[in-house]
Ligand binder design. Sequence first.
Ligand code: NAD
Ligand code: ZN
Ligand code: ZN
Length: 343
Amino acid sequence: MRALAKLERNPGLTLVERPVPEPGPGEILVRVEAASICGTDLHIWRWDAWAQGRIRPPLVLGHEFSGVVEAVGPGVKRPKVGDRVSLESHVVCHACPACRVGHYHVCLNTEILGVDRDGGFAEYVVVPAENAWVHPEGFPFEVAAILEPFGNAVHTVYAGSGVSGKSVLITGAGPIGLMAAMVARASGAGPILVSDPNPYRLGFARPYADRLVNPLEEDLLEVVRRVTGSGVEVLLEFSGNEAAIHQGLRALIPGGEARVLGIPSDPIRFDLAGELVMRGITAYGIAGRRLWQTWMQGTALVYSGRVDLTPLITHRLPLSRYQEAFTLLEKGQGVKIILDPKA
Ligand code: NAD
Ligand code: ZN
Ligand code: ZN
């Protein structure tokens, strides 16, 4: 089979031929129909400091994908051969203190598909059966492939007190921030403000936002105060950008909630007393997706048609043209790019 792998501790990736893997006990073999590229894949491609510390080549990349169950290993009752599935990318241990109290999304021994073990940028991949989310017959593979990052957005929007009837600022209109704008709109938030310095990406938020802000052209805090009167009740942070995080915290009304999914590339400094403590802000760190509540919530939104993710799929390319796909994303000229591993 064809697979896209990191073979050496250097920048770049290689298309390789590999034997089709066999599912062991508790595992399934998935025939991958669609895969999509995440920012994490760009880090591994570039071989930056994070990738050098985390990735152990050889490794097949890909943690956002969907497909059909081709075979099941011993003991697997569900899913069944022929089922259409998305995959939760976190393989959890069920034994650590976090798992034991049901916080699987912060399992101490998490292994991520395509990061710590072979992933879905391949024609076939073996995964634990419990990581499969089975879709109704005919559910589109492209949408199924991007439910993993969609779950990040759903988890962030629905954390804490949710967003219904609340004013919301979304910092960062990358794929996950845009998905969060869709969920916030579908969940009755308002007004919704979205900020991003990239006008191409910001434009995708237009149908879901009351106000778009380019922080390079306008003062974000001033716009927030003008639109809301005082400040927003909820900050949803998806940029990982230090300036955006400070501005976002200051845009909150006292007593507001900050939910942070974005990951800064370096540790950042902030004024704990002035930005958080004395303003009574509640801060949530959001990791991954809650298993399986987030998948229930996310698929309810998508199956019901309340959220349509297809406008975010900007490109479709064969896996063999991965260089082009990674370059487009690196330049911020795409949102979700779907790769077809069969081509
Ligand atoms: P992305 O890098 O594609 O998007 C980030 C966006 O932030 C970009 O569009 C960029 O232009 C924008 N941005 C940069 N500076 C900004 C500023 N000052 N104000 C507003 N926007 C600004 O990332 P993504 O794939 O959408 O993911 C969002 C973030 O979440 C990333 O930081 C990613 O590393 C992180 N992430 C976290 C988890 C988790 O489990 N916590 C999971 C996936 C991704
Ligand atoms: Zn990802
Ligand atoms: Zn665990």
